[in-house]
Design a protein around this ligand. Structure first.
Ligand code: IVH
Length: 582
């Protein structure tokens, strides 16, 4: 804060602070005077004149989800029994808090929060902001508090200029706004086109509700946020939160949550302040897409193609609304890049539906007991040798029959884009392999109800369902068969391209045509590089793969031709009405 320099994201920082706060609640003996929870902001910089705040500038406690906001209401309700609580919900601008003191309507001093009791005199810089009135509409002696911020558009324009001048880009609008205020040159502050919105008036001006406080500020000439809303109960607050969580990106400035305040000002005194934060208001933060946790172990998974993938086993944490306990580390290069060790505290992130990933190691939190990770020399599943192929980052299990490779391969075979056998999921595949009922994908087509019905956990009904769905899947379009085979680098789209190149009537025909293709023929397909072409070429020259295809044909798998729609002239344009049961 002192240097306006950000080392980790706001969300990651929040998550660490929140964890510390919760620990301190549990073990109050461990609170130290220099704990970040014990001060509001930071020490003022020496270069600015100090300003003391007659009314302390408080901070807010955070709630990160609906359960926490409901718990907050329950806590405060106990302190004011019988009172019906209503609220004022405001967008929480991601900016920089300042206090503006007016005497007889004229701006005297503008200051930063500092440590809450003493801030810095940044009047010269604040005067440069158009949205801060130098003179009020009424000659009042009053203090107004609010947020200095930078719009996304201004931030982008400044960064474009930085880029053009070959300078480093700024990290985010909040830091740039804060940095513009906490530097000594007002000309520079003026060039940053900052904005300001008021959210509070200090002292008793006859306001009965927090909402009225906003109206007072507006009447004096301040900009307030037009989206802020009265909420008659906590459910309305939650609805407001959900709405803005979805809509936040449409705003011209960044917000990181809501500020929810008990609307009835007379209750504020009764509810009081604990430490740095009032009980009558809370920051209802949007869920963090980044958080911190500990890497408890690094495990290795063996995938369908035999690739060994390191996976971080994490101490479970909530991120972007779900609990996360593992994150892929991709490969050895990634582990080296991150420098991650077992026992490390790391920042993980999850944006939208994307799988969680480790973004950064907080090396400053190491204790010396962390352990480095090396790829095993033997496959963790079948104990065969592990190799790294020339020119590739990945490590492979050398055993083509590796159990894990098999389960993944058969799971892929029966998946939606492949044979789409709905009643066989990865767990059933696992079971069938373990029971020795199947050894390769083609064995699935020989399964009988009797083979399955006797197994523990499989009734007659589920056995029948499996066999029926297997039978139904025997007719398959060529592109889905190709996908199901799990040829390296071949996904759904590329499988269609292969099928177009080899329009085959039967599996036998497919094999014959495929064997005739040269590597260059495959490379001629639009979108096929040498890697892809090589993989398909190798497939048609791999005796085991061709044997599998023949076995599938023998088991009754037939290629389904995409139906061509024919028109029956006799019934065209006639309407038929069916009654009863069909
Ligand atoms: S009210 C007792 N209202 O959020 C503190 N704060 O986490 C009263 N902020 O320091 C603050 N928008 O910098 C309030 N509409 C809003 C706000 C807001 C942004 C910031 C402010 C404050 C911090 C608290």
């Amino acid at each position: 804060h002192v240097n306006d320099r950000q080392e980790i994201s706001e969300a990651a920082l929040d998550s660490l602070k929140h964890e510390l706060y919760e620990l301190e609640q549990q073990f109050p003996d461990l609170v130290t005077p220099d704990s970040p929870t014990q001060r509001v902001g930071c020490q003022p910089l020496a270069a600015f004149r100090k300003v003391s705040h007659d009314v302390r500038m408080l901070s807010l406690e955070d709630a990160f989800n609906e359960e926490e906001i409901r718990r907050w209401e329950q806590r405060i309700q106990k302190l004011v029994p019988g009172k019906k609580l209503d609220y004022f919900a405001e967008l929480k601008l991601d900016g920089f808090a300042v206090a503006l003191e007016y005497e007889n309507g004229v701006l005297q001093v503008g200051s930063t929060r500092g440590n809450g009791r003493v801030g810095e005199d940044v009047t010269q810089n604040l005067r440069t902001i158009d949205a801060i009135p130098l003179k009020l509409r009424e000659p009042k002696t009053i203090e107004v508090r609010g947020e200095v911020f930078m719009t996304k558009k201004v931030f982008e324009q400044i960064n474009v200029k930085q880029r053009e001048n070959g300078l480093k880009e700024y990290a985010n609008p909040r830091n740039l706004a804060a940095g513009s205020i906490r530097q000594l040159d007002p000309k520079l502050a003026a060039s940053r086109s900052l904005s300001f919105q008021a959210y509070g008036v200090v002292g008793d001006l006859g306001q009965k509700t927090h909402e009225q406080e906003h109206v007072l500020a507006e009447n004096l000439g301040f900009r307030i946020n037009k989206h802020d809303a009265y909420c008659k109960n906590i459910e309305e607050v939650i609805a407001f939160y959900r709405r803005w969580m979805k809509k936040r990106d449409t705003l011209p400035y960044q917000i990181d949550g809501l500020v929810v305040t008990v609307n009835d000002v007379s209750l504020h005194q009764k509810l009081g302040v604990v430490g740095k934060a009032p009980r009558y208001a809370i920051a209802f933060k949007f869920r963090a897409e980044q958080t911190t946790t500990v890497v408890e172990d690094i495990e290795v998974q063996v995938g369908r193609t035999g690739v060994l993938t390191p996976l971080a086993k994490l101490k479970p944490v909530q991120v972007a609304g779900t609990t996360v306990s593992r994150a892929t580390l991709h490969n050895m290069d990634q582990i080296k890049r991150l420098g991650v060790k077992i026992g490390d505290t790391v920042i993980i992130q999850k944006a939208g539906d994307i799988i969680p990933e480790v973004v950064k190691v907080l090396t400053e939190m190491r204790t010396g007991t962390e352990k480095g990770f090396r790829m095993p020399k033997k496959c963790p599943v079948c104990h065969s040798a592990v190799e790294q192929r020339p020119g590739e980052v990945a490590y492979y299990c050398t055993n083509p029959d590796c159990y894990s490779v098999q389960t993944e391969r058969i799971g892929h075979f029966v998946s939606k884009n492949g044979f789409d056998i709905v009643h066989i999921g990865q767990k059933t595949v696992d079971r069938l392999l373990k029971e020795g009922l199947i050894a390769d994908p083609a064995d699935i087509f020989d399964l009988q109800v009797g083979d399955l019905a006797g197994l523990e956990g499989f009734g007659e009904k589920s056995a029948k369902n499996i066999v029926e769905s297997v039978t139904a899947s025997k007719r398959i379009p060529l592109h889905r068969l190709i996908y199901a085979l799990g040829i390296r680098y071949i996904g759904d789209e590329t499988a269609r391209l292969v099928a177009q190149k080899l329009p085959a009537k039967s599996i036998g025909d497919f094999i014959a045509k495929g064997k005739k293709m040269e590597q260059a023929d495959w490379e001629a397909i639009d979108g096929f590089g040498s890697k892809l072409a090589g993989a398909v070429y190798d497939f048609f020259h791999d005796a085991d793969q061709l044997d599998l295809l023949r076995k599938l044909e023998k088991s009754g798998v037939i290629l389904q031709h995409e139906p061509k729609h024919k028109t029956n002239k006799k019934v065209a344009n006639k309407k038929f009405v069916f009654t009863g049961a069909l």
